[in-house]
Design a protein around this ligand. Structure first.
Ligand code: DC
Length: 232
């Protein structure tokens, strides 16, 4: 008998551990995992590489004309992890750097960029069996998702996690710069005109600043099991 599949939408602030918990759940229940932030990051990397963004200025007209040339995909590497590809090239390392973080809010605020990414995301979820994390998954991409989670955590806790991650990767970074970047991105994500970061009315709130990784994974798994029991 084939197991019934649902859509799980996980939205929330940047660096609040959404991806880690979403990935963990997807692996445990054999669902596809999609990190939609990586898609906006890949478009931003394209802008950086093609001089569409320079000295804090984004050449929107140039991006409009080049948008059809941008192909964002995911693939599984030999060690089983999912990496992002931009026009056939693995850009996983590039899209996680501070330069991309600095510009990604500008790029992801553009309506035509969002429309292109949302179309791709909806295609990925056509067969259900998907855990997708982002900012607008429960509100715009899959308002019909069976399980919606909205994750929050204090900005300083998030900045510390991001700092530790970057240091572990060998980047030379300053904690205060990271905290400022997180606060700025929260503000831009919440106040932009196009699909601002909002909790869907039917989303469950998870404050993961107070939970260990194990506790949050258990909580999420229990929510998944509860929804499956309720609807099937
Ligand atoms: O989750 P992240 O920090 O990697 O996301 C990078 C940026 O992309 C973030 O500033 C918000 C934006 N984003 C978005 O606007 N919509 C999404 N569904 C996912 C991310």
């Amino acid at each position: 008998m084939t197991r019934k599949k649902i859509i799980i939408a996980i939205d929330g602030y940047s660096s609040c551990g959404k991806s880690t918990m979403a990935k963990e759940l997807a692996t445990s229940i054999d669902y596809i995992y999609v990190d939609t932030g990586a898609m906006y990051r890949a478009v931003t990397w394209y802008c950086i590489e093609n001089n569409i963004v320079q000295n804090d200025v984004l050449a929107v007209d140039k991006l409009v004309s080049l948008m059809p040339n941008i192909c964002v995909e995911f693939y599984r590497t030999g060690d089983g992890s999912v990496h992002t590809k931009l026009n056939g090239k693995d850009v996983e390392k590039e899209i996680r750097g501070m330069l991309v973080s600095q510009y990604v809010s500008k790029v992801s605020a553009l309506r035509f960029v969002r429309e292109a990414m949302v179309t791709l995301q909806q295609k990925m979820g056509e067969q259900k069996g998907i855990v997708m994390d982002g900012r607008d998954i429960g509100t715009v991409v899959f308002p019909q998702a069976e399980l919606k989670i909205f994750v929050t955590a204090d900005a300083r806790i998030r900045a510390k996690r991001r700092y530790d991650e970057l240091i572990a990767k060998g980047e030379v970074v300053c904690f205060d710069d990271i905290l400022a970047n997180i606060r700025e991105r929260d503000f831009l994500d919440e106040t932009r005109e196009e699909s601002p970061l909002r909790k869907a009315p039917d989303a469950l709130v998870l404050d993961n600043g107070v939970l260990s990784m194990e506790e949050q994974n258990t909580w999420l798994m229990n929510q998944y099991k509860r929804v499956l029991c309720e609807i099937y």
